[in-house]
Design a protein around this ligand. Sequence first.
Ligand code: DX5
Ligand code: ZN
Length: 247
Amino acid sequence: MRQQLKPHPEIIVAPSLLAADFGFFRRECERVDRSGTPWLHLDIMDGHFVPNLSFGSDVVNALRPHTNLFFDVHLMCSKPDILLQSFATSGADSITIHVELGRRVEDLIWQIRSLKKKVGLAINPPTHIEDVEPYLDKVDLLLIMTVNPGFGGQSFIEETLPKIQQVSRWKSERQLPLRIQVDGGINERTGALCAREGADTFVSGSHLFRQRNMKLAVRRLRIACEEAACYGQSLQASEGTFQDTLL
Ligand code: DX5
Ligand code: ZN
């Protein structure tokens, strides 16, 4: 029997503030606002978990009154426990921590939840995808890093695509209300590759911020990802039909 095509979840483009002009954060934030996209991705780096520093919760707090964008905070930090409260009160809407923190992950997820924020879990390119499996029903978003974290402007790592496919399989088998986010080297071509495998949330830094017309760039990226997501779904459905005829 032919499988029904389920409507894919809304595709979200999340420009990453790391690629903005640091001298004009407020203006850059308003530029993202005007682009019509609903999310802003905020990369927090501690100089320890990753070899770079970015900005802290004071910056998030200062930007909060100027926009209604959903603040998607990505903590690349060794000790997120000491930061959660301040990011929660500064206006984060979701907080993502890394699975590489090991045994502390479960407790951190619980802490973010108790702060009434959406919970994200991120995985770096060298980490096995099986490491996130125990947490899939406890988080709202799974962030698959498509570069090694620490710096914007790096090239997309194609070897991360099977991870997206695996998480997408788990998501549909278990009917999980999970967003699958990708982050690093995302443009129209690489975003489409990820969307085809099941990603629905696309962080993009240097590609979007270097455009003069961000609104157009966001729209183009979203359409490229939507088309690829539809194509990925129709491929899955026809594989289903093929398997049905074998049974
Ligand atoms: C990398 C960050 C990314 C980065 C993406 O450590 O987590 O969010 O800003 O930037 P681009 O799109 O430039 O790779
Ligand atoms: Zn990020």
